[in-house]
Design a protein around this ligand. Sequence first.
Ligand code: M6R
Length: 366
Amino acid sequence: ERGQYRHYMQKEIFEQPRAVADTLEARIHAHGVLPNVFGVGGDEVLATVRGLHIVACGTSYHAGLVAKYWIESHARLPVSVEVASEYRYRDVVVPPDTLFVAISQSGETADTLAALREARRRGYRGTLAVCNVPESSLVREADLKLMTRAGPEIGVASTKAFTTQLTALALLTLRLAGLNGIDADRYAALCAELMHLPRAIDDALALEPAIAELAARFVPRQHALFLGRGVHYPVALEGALKLKEISYIHAEAYPAGELKHGPLALVDESMPVVAVAPSGPLLEKLKSNLQEVRARGGELFVFADTRAGMDETPGTGALIRVDAGGDFIAPAVFTIPLQLLAYHVAVLRGTDVDQPRNLAKSVTVE
Ligand code: M6R
């Protein structure tokens, strides 16, 4: 079953180009997102939506956070994202014409399912499930559905489920952007980028040997810090979650601008700091955040977009270049090296990669 791979997680990491291509299949072409991708009546609902509430747990929650950056920027609709265990017990205010979106690989996560049931009582314009299991409770109970087509995910640490969720949410972003007056050229450019995603992930997978080599530096560590800014902050959160789940190294993610407001106190020679450095206006800001880490002797591991103009090797750590394939798809592409890093650190530490201690694949109890 695992074929040439040592663990299911590794196999699933390498299945991502296919899983993402499958999730795009017959849903998008050069002229845009095709009609009826979100189920019967979906386009009518989406045309009237004035805002979104996204709810999920764990990795799926991180996918929701990425979607917030995307939808606000390209469709100009307000989006809130919340973990399901909080949402379900909170006195939520639902503005008119809000769409409720639940994201879940399994479609059986107790809190996410309860949140959907609660949402149905709270008076949304509609409910949408982004899910990987067609026969799941979540899919059965939501009005609209958008299936990720990752295929079965065996490893407890979510990998291809996450990148296919991002793919599905990118389709949702484009559909909403199209309905809310995005400029036609910009729309076409975003579609082209999304269609390039399987290829861009494939290229990122080629970084495995370099990352496996780096991983050795994390093996004796107890802690690690992950930094990102903007849409890459959720990518940092996901990188930290992967590392803690399977290698048992305590990892925390921060938006890089928050460094000075606390976590910088933790940085010394024994603190590896992993940073995602995409191209774009926030790069200069990130560079100065990294300088603060370097000045305190922290070991820096920077994943930088090939277009980003990060030239020097950062102090004692390493600089790894990633071809992000474009700003829109970059969060999905930068996820790949962080998955590979967590995987190889865990392998070297000799943990049970596919079945980390204390965790279950599907959390069907509260
Ligand atoms: O099946 P779901 O997407 O609802 O699961 C949510 C979380 O339990 C899940 O993403 C969890 O955080 C993963 N183990 C992360 O790798």
